[in-house]
Design a protein around this ligand. Structure first.
Ligand SMILES: [Zn+2]
Ligand SMILES: [Zn+2]
Length: 274
């Protein structure tokens, strides 16, 4: 990898991160990262209740933090401004309003909770995963919601496919998405045919999954379905996790036959050698 771009990074604009953007940016310079795209949360539904959160986006605050980060690092690193947009297909009108603000380099589309439900993280913290059968039913809905998201649009790449698996595993149910190949083939063909793609999220490596998300098998399936657009993101919420385990992402992509990965600027893809 000659150009190292981490395109899934949080700052204290996300409720689950306490490090200001300018400090994350400075830490990335020290790590030798070439490009950092901040993708702070904009979850349209509250992670604890699943209720609509009309105040989840404040573009002016984000822009100010971004300008500060730019000023603080000078030209030592390229800093981009993206958005991790959660549950967009549940709230089309709000999504349209946010996207109309413009000025984003990258939109990553996430599903953290199913329609009418709480975040999978919250489900786990409340001991709401109770059996393998129940988890499989939730995964069925999770996959269906990805098809809905792929049809709905409003993103450049889908983030961390397989997000619930880490919490299910923590609850004692070690499952995979292997049984949903046909469903994912449909989702991936939709993405490939519309110039969109997937993110390879390396957080699973450090969170006990021992692999990236989506799994190497699904990354290969995406490639087989004609997929070309792939970003890599650490999902860092701390300075230490910036660009963590990127070699896992690079290896998974190379094993699947990719020679390049994608960096988004102004929501336009550019390709860099892996
Ligand atoms: Zn996420
Ligand atoms: Zn994230």
């Amino acid at each position: 990898m000659t150009f190292l771009a981490d395109q899934h990074v949080h700052s204290d604009l996300s409720g689950d991160c306490s490090v200001p953007m300018r400090e994350m940016a400075r830490a990335a310079v020290k790590k030798g990262v070439d490009c950092l795209c901040f993708t702070d949360h904009c979850d349209l539904e509250d992670y604890q209740t699943g209720a609509y959160d009309p105040d989840c986006f404040d573009g002016a605050v984000r822009r100010e933090a971004y300008e500060n980060a730019l000023f603080s690092v000078g030209g030592d690193i390229e800093i981009l401004l993206g958005l991790e947009l959660g549950e967009s297909a549940h709230r089309p009108e709000k999504t349209a309003e946010i996207l109309a603000c413009g000025g984003f380099d990258l939109i990553i589309g996430s599903i953290h909770n199913l329609r009418g439900d709480v975040d999978f993280y919250t489900r786990h913290s409340r001991n709401l995963f109770i059996s393998k059968e129940q988890c499989m039913k939730l995964l069925e809905r999770y996959v269906k919601e990805h098809l809905e998201l792929a049809r709905f649009g409003g993103f450049d790449v889908i983030a961390h496919i397989g997000y619930p698996l880490r919490y299910m595993k923590d609850a004692g149910f070690d499952l995979t998405l292997d049984g949903f190949r046909d469903e994912f083939a449909e989702i991936f063909r939709l993405l490939a045919g519309s110039g969109r793609g997937i993110e390879v999220n390396t957080a699973g490596v450090r969170r006990g999954m021992g692999e990236v998300a989506p799994s190497p098998e699904l990354i290969r399936l995406f490639r087989d379905c004609g997929g070309q657009i792939v970003t890599i993101g650490s999902d860092a919420h701390t300075r230490e996790d910036i660009a963590a385990d990127f070699s896992w992402g690079v290896d998974a992509l190379k094993d699947a036959g990719f020679t390049h990965y994608t960096v988004f600027r102004g929501r336009k893809p550019e390709f860099y050698e892996l």
